[in-house]
Ligand binder design. Structure first.
Ligand code: PHB
Length: 396
């Protein structure tokens, strides 16, 4: 506290003496995956953050600037995540932390954010309980309950028997649990459930078991990236679509940055998610155009790039509101009241009670639009939807 007062006095002196506004730099520690099997997902966060900084980096009060510090967590690696966060807090003295594709990493640094009082904005890590682990965490991404529970309810009206195949880590377990609840409460029957190794790239053995059970549909969740394409390939290679087994899941299984690699067998796959690159909202059209201009006409942004974009927007909002003199408790208050009507995904806001995101969940179908595969939004299944798990499990 003493040093903060001293710093602002020094700044004041500088303003008075020179008549110009003192430079103030806000440091933001950004942790994503640049190496290992999760690098494709990490690249999405990197691209979203950098695009935001390039287009909005100067939209700050006079004399205030940000210094982003990018770090590689190497994948779902809680030890590396903790080490990075510690270095960013202690050595680099960052005032904000953001990042993490991976839930185990977000969970691992939660105690540090509380001890050091450094606000952390989760741009992806979706494990349902992460914001409950520290009062200095807010999340702009999603929970798997937000997509899988309404999908289960919808599926109960369209299918009788479903097989679930999810990645074997917390978000996968949550997707399975949420889908199963929505589907069974609506009268559906789960005929089998498989949990696949988290870094699996060969889904043939699992999809064969699904095919043998002859369900009406298979519900999938995997951590996007190349795994989404690998699971789609197994679905195609084993002709599950020709066997009349519909592929449904969270938007992770048809993630937009990979969709063009999935081939026409992806046509007709139904998902529920909060973001589609094909969505026809003006804010999204502008975002996709800026993304393509920056990274190449052929590339589409995926939901993780949007998570990073929105995370940075929320951090910039807090910096602006405090004119660069950021205080962690004030920042958390500002986060709790954050609203953005113009996120690429549609309107979003932070639920002040849980510090988790409220957003629309869209039912989508993979179709061809202008010769390209696209997640076409058919219907808004839930509007400004809170994480249903937290609604079912209120703190005691
Ligand atoms: C997570 O670790 O929370 C996670 C990773 C990849 C996804 C979704 C969630 O696609």
């Amino acid at each position: 506290m003493k040093s903060r007062v001293a710093t602002s006095l020094a700044c004041f002196a500088l303003v008075s003496a020179s008549g110009i506004v003192a430079a103030q730099t806000v440091k933001i520690g950004i942790m994503t995956t640049y190496s290992g099997p999760g690098a494709a997902q990490g690249d999405q966060l990197d691209k979203g953050y950098k695009l935001y900084l390039k287009l909005n980096g100067d939209k700050l009060p006079p004399g205030v600037k940000v210094e982003p510090i990018f770090r590689d967590d190497t994948g779902a690696n809680p030890d590396a995540a903790k080490r990075l966060a510690q270095e960013l807090i202690v050595r680099d003295k960052v005032q904000f932390l953001t990042g993490f594709v991976w839930t185990p990493n977000g969970a691992a640094i939660a105690p540090l954010t509380a001890e050091a009082k450094v606000p952390y904005v989760s741009a992806n890590a979706a494990g349902v309980s992460i914001p409950r682990m520290s009062p200095y965490i807010a999340r702009v991404s999603f929970t798997l309950w937000q997509s899988s529970y309404p999908l289960g309810q919808w599926a109960a009206k369209n299918f009788k028997r479903v097989y679930t195949v999810v990645s074997d880590f917390a978000p996968g377990h949550e997707a399975e649990e949420a889908f199963t609840k929505g589907f069974k409460d609506g009268g559906g029957e789960i005929v089998g459930s498989i949990r696949t190794p988290m870094t699996s790239t060969d889904f043939i053995p699992y999809m064969q078991r699904v095919k043998d059970a002859k369900p009406d549909a298979v519900f999938g969740f995997n951590p996007a990236g190349k795994q989404a394409t690998a699971q789609m390939k197994a679905y195609t290679d084993l002709d599950l679509h020709k066997a009349g087994i519909k592929y449904i899941g969270t938007g992770d299984i048809t993630t937009d940055e990979e969709l063009q690699n999935m081939g026409d067998a992806a046509l007709g796959v139904m998902t529920v998610h909060h973001y589609s690159a094909a969505a026809d909202r003006p804010a999204n059209r502008a975002f996709v155009a800026a993304y393509k201009k920056e990274y190449g006409e052929k590339l589409n942004p995926g939901f993780m790039a949007v998570g990073a974009w929105d995370a940075m927007d929320m951090i910039f909002h807090a910096i602006r509101e405090q004119k660069g003199n950021v205080d962690p408790d004030r920042t958390m208050q500002i986060f709790k009241n954050y609203k953005n009507a113009n996120s690429p995904r549609g309107p979003i806001q932070i639920d002040p009670d849980t510090r988790d995101i409220m957003q629309n969940e869209y039912l989508r179908e993979v179709r061809k639009v202008g010769g390209q595969l696209a997640n076409v939004e058919l219907e808004t299944l839930a509007t400004q939807y809170k994480d249903p798990w937290k609604e079912f499990n209120k703190p005691k």
